[in-house]
Design a protein around this ligand. Sequence first.
Ligand code: FAD
Ligand code: NAP
Length: 337
Amino acid sequence: MIESDVSLKKFNTFGIDVSSRLFSQAENEDHVRNVIQSNAFKTNTSLILGGGSNLLFTKNFDGIVLRNNIHGIEVIEDTKEHVLVKVGGGVVWHDFVLYCIKKGWHGVENLSLIPGNVGASPMQNIGAYGVEIKEVFYELEAIHLKTGEIHYFNNSACKFGYRESIFKNKLKGQYLISRVIYKLSKRANFNISYGAIEKQLETMGIKELSAKSISDAVIAIRQSKLPDPKKIGNSGSFFKNPVVTKSSYDIIRSNFPDVVAYPVGKDLIKLAAGWLIEKAGWKGKTFGNYGVHKNQALVLVNYGGASGREIYDLSEEILDSIKEKFGVQLEREVNIY
Ligand code: FAD
Ligand code: NAP
């Protein structure tokens, strides 16, 4: 059940060639409990792994990786208005989105084609095109890694924020999220005002809105802009969009009138980190076999054979340069191991 010296190359979308000293893939809750009660787990550093699309390995993992491969999709409540659907943490997120669209359930269409698995979706409250999973999240089941008990977290207990949750902060490394329950609506409530969706629908000649047409538009935009991890290693946006005070924003705007920014509450402004990085001259820069993507400066890429350390060091340089040029401290979104 626990293997030794397993390559993690195919288990991380950056395609970093490292290995884990110990490794197990859990197909169900009993499997998780058996592993976490083992001496190997109790005496080693551990890492819970999903699809490996939001992390960067900077070295071999000297401990035990436990990959969540729990499957299953089960409707647990079905009314005229909504469904509650319980989904195994190992289900691929985009497969779940397509399943919802096929069933006529609304709420996740804007989140099409986000890589990774259902179990990680609450970790950073995944979001895209003006929608975050907290809007459709009902409850999750998580196995406490010390006791093996299942604990339940409702929406407010997860303390969702912008690409944040309690599992990325206070409870980091304490749980394996085994199943997630989403509440999806049977009524349409489309959100197409964000980013390029409206324009893309027009280009595609789509007049009648549906979850499927919005999903198709989002997929088309993403495919045209973002590197496909199957072809070029990456973990999506490497940095979060920083939120600054209105007065800091005013100073930046006086020096850079074209800065891309959105208000996010009283006196708080979200800056597009991709714009800051591009303006600092990093977009498309290549250093041998790694660099900054040519279409989206937020995405660092491994063209093949780069080490995680090289990519991490590049991210350090970018952090320093943005601080120096704009006085803004960016934060990494990707989890570093
Ligand atoms: P992993 O990378 O395996 O893990 C991420 C973190 O969660 C790790 O710290 C891990 O320990 C922990 N973890 C994983 N599963 C569990 C579990 N079951 N229980 C407890 N802890 C767990 N993200 C967005 O929010 N929006 C986007 O639009 C978006 N676009 C992307 C585009 C590309 C091309 C790529 C490569 C990534 C993108 N991402 C995006 C980032 C990523 O897809 C998401 O964060 C995704 O939810 C990560 O899922 P995963 O299963 O791959 O997690
Ligand atoms: P984009 O549409 O070019 O927009 C650039 C930035 O501006 C985005 O980061 C987005 O913030 C923000 N933005 C755009 N329209 C906005 C609006 N109406 N109100 C508030 N903020 C707005 O971005 P993109 O790179 O092509 O990505 C499109 C969407 O996919 C974004 O939501 C992005 O977060 C998501 N995405 C995420 C990842 C990841 O790894 N996390 C990777 C690729 C794409 P937000 O990021 O806050 O939405």
